[in-house]
Design a protein around this ligand. Structure first.
Ligand SMILES: NC(=O)C1=CN([C@@H]2O[C@H](COP(=O)(O)OP(=O)(O)OC[C@H]3O[C@@H](n4cnc5c(N)ncnc54)[C@H](O)[C@@H]3O)[C@@H](O)[C@H]2O)C=CC1
Ligand SMILES: O=C(O)CCC(=O)C(=O)O
Length: 528
């Protein structure tokens, strides 16, 4: 069945065509994002949801999203998506980090010019027939200092344009390296220094716990008198009420805002002030940017739904379309090794250690580890998947350790999963043969050679004569056919393992009889 995607915001129709061309069924309902009840009602019919900023992907929406695999944000900020809830549900969330950056940077520059020359007010006055030539006295930007808070993609484009305007650019961004600052021609400064020196301040950070109110009342008080403030990033970075007061007192000369604490903003402390310019979150609204992000999100979502390739996911490592087929058999192996260990583990898992030897060590092991952890925890949590597994393991206090060794041993690639609980430590290793099928090659240090079959019986016993005959007779008497039989032992007369593929489920009475056989230590049915 073809995957189905819902577009619930006003994306460029270019996205619809991409989905169709890729063989994906698509419903384009650009106003649906505003109707959360209707969205909750129908979301269960879709594998993918493509959005801009109007749709809010809340835990309630996700609870109904029974087949949803991916949310694609045609844009940068994903603050309208509950990422932890999506991750817990195993839904990939991807954005398009560059498609609208130039456009948004241009909007910030436009806002800066509009403030410097009071263009909106001058326009309104002129068109009202007033010709108030003496009322509008602007300021020149050349040689002025622009303070950029957040110098990432958009911030550095703003810096580039401002340098072109002959402004002096200073930036506060704890993650901006001195080398990068030098490369892009900005002076890296501390926040207080920026506040004290900037003639214009522009914000370009995401909204996080650290950036919320970065321009608080206290910070605004430290700014230069006559400063102008531009916010084309996110509402909440600036304390709007404090800014309104600073405008009122004349300390701040002007503010240009594209984003607001509450959106859609129908009322706001900044509205109505003569030196304030507002736009309704138009930063990304150009034909070019909207085409870019729509095409990119549709391609990315299609790649994931059709080929398992992941790019620009905010809650999972990237996997290219070339990597996806190489990873696939190892994802299956990792998940099955995890499942094997999970089905044998009854007590609380403290640590999972996963070792990647040989060629597999150079693949995207984060994805493999997530698959192993998903398999391990699935016996306890049916809904877990590779996306949700790391966060669920973390929530449960399970330590996940990874080791890679690129030098191959007996096998070209080997994955070893070790589970440590309060009572025991158990390892199991597997590989993928040339046929692409995962194999178990070692259990607790005992060599075996078995495929993962839908129904298996795992027995550990003392290596004593007569066990195999008695065991096989019990299965035969119960009418359970043995499909394959793998045996292994650590030494003659030591610990032995039997891993048996059977045709059908293992009945409880049979299991009890196997458990009672002399020399049997443990017998457990396994399903894959
Ligand atoms: N108005 C609009 O329509 C649009 C708004 N945006 C907003 O712009 C924001 C920035 O976008 P990009 O530049 O693409 O993101 P980015 O991730 O490339 O850059 C963000 C920068 O903020 C910095 N940063 C993080 N925490 C900080 C802190 N506590 N103090 C100072 N700097 C900090 C980061 O180090 C990074 O360099 C987005 O998060 C989004 O919210 C993006 C597109 C359109
Ligand atoms: O889609 C839009 O218009 C908003 C863009 C935006 O805020 C973003 O990409 O973060």
């Amino acid at each position: 069945m073809a995957p189905r995607v819902l577009i619930s915001d006003a994306l460029s129709p270019a996205a619809v065509q991409i989905f169709k061309d890729r063989g994906i069924e698509v419903d384009f309902q650009p106003a649906l994002g505003k109707d959360k009840d209707k969205l909750a009602e129908i979301i269960g019919n879709y594998d993918g949801l493509a959005i801009r900023s109007a749709t809010k992907v809340t835990p309630k929406i996700l609870a109904n999203a029974t087949r949803l695999k991916v949310v694609g944000r045609a844009g940068i900020g994903v603050d309208n998506v509950d990422i932890p809830a999506a991750t817990a549900k195993g839904v990939i969330v991807m954005n398009t980090p560059f498609g609208n950056s130039i456009t948004t940077a241009e909007h910030a520059i436009a806002m800066m010019f509009a403030l410097a020359r009071e263009i909106p007010a001058a326009d309104a006055s002129t068109q009202a027939g007033k010709w108030e030539k003496n009322r509008f006295m602007g300021v020149e930007l050349t040689a002025k200092t622009l303070g950029i808070i957040g110098c990432g993609n958009i911030g550095s484009i703003v810096a580039d344009r401002a340098i072109g305007l002959k402004m002096k650019v200073i930036a506060f961004d704890p993650f901006l390296s001195p080398e990068r600052a030098k490369d892009i021609g900005v002076e890296k400064v501390e926040l207080d220094d920026l506040l004290a020196r900037a003639d214009v301040i522009t914000l370009h950070t995401p909204l996080t716990d650290k950036t919320r109110n970065v321009l608080s009342a206290e910070a605004i008080a430290k700014t230069k008198k006559g400063v102008r403030i531009v916010n084309c990033a996110r509402g909440g970075l600036v304390d709007e009420a404090a800014l309104a007061q600073a405008l009122e007192s004349g300390h701040v000369a002007g503010a240009a805002f594209d984003v607001f604490i509450t959106e859609p903003a129908t009322e706001n402390p900044l509205f109505g002030h003569p030196n304030v310019i507002c736009t309704p979150h138009l930063g990304a609204s150009t034909t070019e940017a909207q085409e870019n992000v729509a095409l990119q999100v549709a391609e990315q979502m299609s790649d994931y739904l059709l080929r398992g390739a992941i790019s620009n996911a905010v809650n999972f490592p990237s996997i290219t379309a070339e990597e996806a087929p190489k990873l696939k058999p190892f994802i299956e192996l990792a998940e099955k090794l995890g499942s094997f260990a999970g089905q044998l583990t009854d007590t609380d898992i403290q640590t999972v250690r996963i070792t990647y030897d040989g060629a597999v060590a150079s693949l995207k092991i984060k994805a493999l580890t997530s698959a192993a952890v998903a398999g391990l925890l699935r016996p306890a949590l049916a809904d877990i998947n590779v996306v949700s597994a790391p966060s669920i393991a973390k929530e449960r206090g399970i330590v996940v350790e990874e080791t890679t060794r690129e030098i191959a041993g007996d096998y070209e690639s080997l994955i070893t999963l070790t589970v440590i609980t309060e009572k025991m430590e158990r390892s199991i290793s597997g590989t993928v043969f040339a046929d692409g099928r995962p194999r178990i090659v070692d259990i607790k240090g005992i060599k075996v050679d078995a495929e993962f079959a839908p129904s298996m019986l795992y027995v550990t016993n003392e290596d004593k004569p007569g066990f195999v005959g008695r065991f096989a007779s019990l299965l035969g008497d119960a009418g359970l056919n043995i499909a394959t039989f793998a045996l292994g032992r650590d030494r003659q007369g030591g610990d032995a393992i039997a891993l048996v593929e059977v045709d059908g489920t293992v009945p409880g009475e049979l299991l009890a009889k196997v458990q009672q056989l002399p020399s049997v230590k443990q017998a457990k049915p396994l399903v894959f």
